[in-house]
Design a protein around this ligand. Structure first.
Ligand code: XLS
Ligand code: NI
Ligand code: NI
Length: 440
């Protein structure tokens, strides 16, 4: 059976008007020392593309899928067939999933685990035949009602145990399918009111949970990178892994810094009141940039709308950080994104990925050129020049005291500051984006 009634998507270049073609993503073209495919490491998110029905808080699902009529395990098996055909046709090498995305939950944990065994056997076979790889998997410890008060931060010890059992099983799956990373998104690890919350106990428990997860991964020989995915709110009004800086402080406090890196989602960054680039930079500066959930929010909507990335200004700045990080490997760009509710046809799944892949491919092309030219790097070097000699050099070398700084300041007659010419920077980045194709 064929699920996607299209040919394999190929690169036709920026002038193509064929919606089923890449305009900027040319997988084998080299940008610097790597091919586009090696730089971008795209991944399909099982949940949005193969499990979700496009419902929103005000309306039922609109998605029309060939597997809709099937029930439970048959549906799960059909989805495995469909995602591998999808990866083949789009040329995407990686995929990601939560436990509940791939197999139905049974009435007991043992039954759920049995369903997972059957489906992961099937996935494993497909991986062997096709060479497709698992970027990461994770445990969904937020949808089921048992997680109403959280999972690792639940007020109920039984829930903590259940959550641990699910992560244990997911780590077994990660090992079985050679996942390159393992993600923790604290879906309900947060609170609604501090008046009924023991925040200290909850955070201590979260750290205990992570330590046990790492101990178990070591025990079974799973060596994939552990990733934390920060998000400030939704579903709870306050999520503990608020943003990179907050989660980084948590990891440092509990001595977990060496175990984790971050999986940064664009829409979560903007929900936190940051830019996507800010989150990437903060992680990169601290050696903690691991992987990316590639999507975008809508400026007029508050919710985590998970749109496919199309804003090339954003993808350019993201790729700028990623290139400066030396890439993301073993992480990648996972499309944690879904079609709008109005784009309900099965082929819309392909069209949405094309938009996202092209947006990041264009961002890669532009960012590579920017870095090659050193236009912005030279501005930064000049901006901080006073720290390379004299008093500045002493500050950098921690070789000066407040008293000496005062003596120095008392002798200053006039301090000459420089204009940033910020608007020139904004204009130059527009030039970079607009000129990229005419230079080819
Ligand atoms: C939800 C998160 C989720 C994680 C994986 O907002 O983005 O999809 O990526 O649990
Ligand atoms: Ni995500
Ligand atoms: Ni999200």
């Amino acid at each position: 059976m064929t699920y996607f009634n299209v040919d394999t998507i190929t690169y036709e270049g920026p002038k193509s008007t064929n919606p089923f073609s890449f305009k900027y993503y040319n997988p084998d073209e080299k940008i610097g020392d790597k091919t586009m495919k090696e730089h971008l490491r795209f991944s399909v998110a099982y949940w949005h593309t193969f499990t979700a029905d496009l419902s929103d808080p005000f309306g039922t699902g609109t998605a029309q899928r060939d597997w809709d009529h099937l029930s439970e395990m048959d549906k799960a098996k059909a989805r495995v067939e469909a995602i591998f055909e999808f990866m083949d046709k789009t040329g995407i090498e990686y995929f990601c999933f939560h436990d509940v995305d791939i197999a139905p939950e049974g009435s007991t944990l043992a039954e759920t685990n049995h369903n997972l065994d059957i489906i992961t056997d099937l996935i494993q076979e497909k991986m062997t035949v096709t060479g497709k790889k698992l970027l990461w998997n994770t445990a969904n410890n937020f949808t089921h009602e048992r997680f109403v008060h959280g999972a690792a931060t639940s007020s109920h010890a039984d829930v903590f145990a259940y959550a641990a059992a699910k992560v244990k099983k997911s780590l077994d799956i990660a090992k079985k399918l050679n996942a390159e990373n393992f993600v923790f998104w604290g879906g309900r690890e947060g609170y609604e009111s501090l008046l009924n919350t023991d925040m200290k106990l909850e955070l201590d428990n979260l750290a205990r949970f992570f330590k046990m997860a790492k101990a178990y991964a070591d025990e079974i020989g799973f060596t994939g990178q552990f990733l934390i995915e920060p998000k400030p709110k939704e579903p709870t009004s306050h999520q503990y892994d608020t943003d990179v800086a907050t989660a980084h402080a948590f990891l440092q406090k509990y001595d977990l810094e060496d175990i984790f890196k971050f999986n940064i989602e664009a829409n979560h960054a903007t929900l936190a009141g940051h830019t996507f680039q800010h989150e990437l930079r903060y992680a990169r500066d601290n050696g903690m940039l691991g992987s990316v959930d590639a999507n975008q929010g809508h400026p007029l909507l508050g919710w985590d709308t998970d749109e496919f990335p199309s804003d090339i200004y954003e993808t350019t700045l993201a790729m700028y950080e990623i290139l400066k990080n030396g890439g993301l490997t073993p992480g990648g760009l996972n499309f944690d994104a879904k079609p709008r509710r109005t784009s309900f046809e099965q082929n819309d799944l392909i069209l949405t990925h094309i938009v996202g892949m092209d947006a990041f491919a264009l961002g890669l092309r532009v960012a590579h050129k920017m870095i090659e030219d050193r236009f912005f790097e030279d501005i930064v070097d000049t901006k901080y020049q006073t720290f390379s000699n004299g008093i500045g050099e002493k500050i950098i070398n921690n070789a000066i005291s407040f008293k000496e700084l005062e003596d120095y300041a008392l002798n200053l007659t006039q301090i000459e500051t420089q204009s940033d010419h910020l608007e020139v920077i904004k204009s130059r980045i527009n030039q970079y984006i607009l000129n990229i194709n005419s230079e080819d």
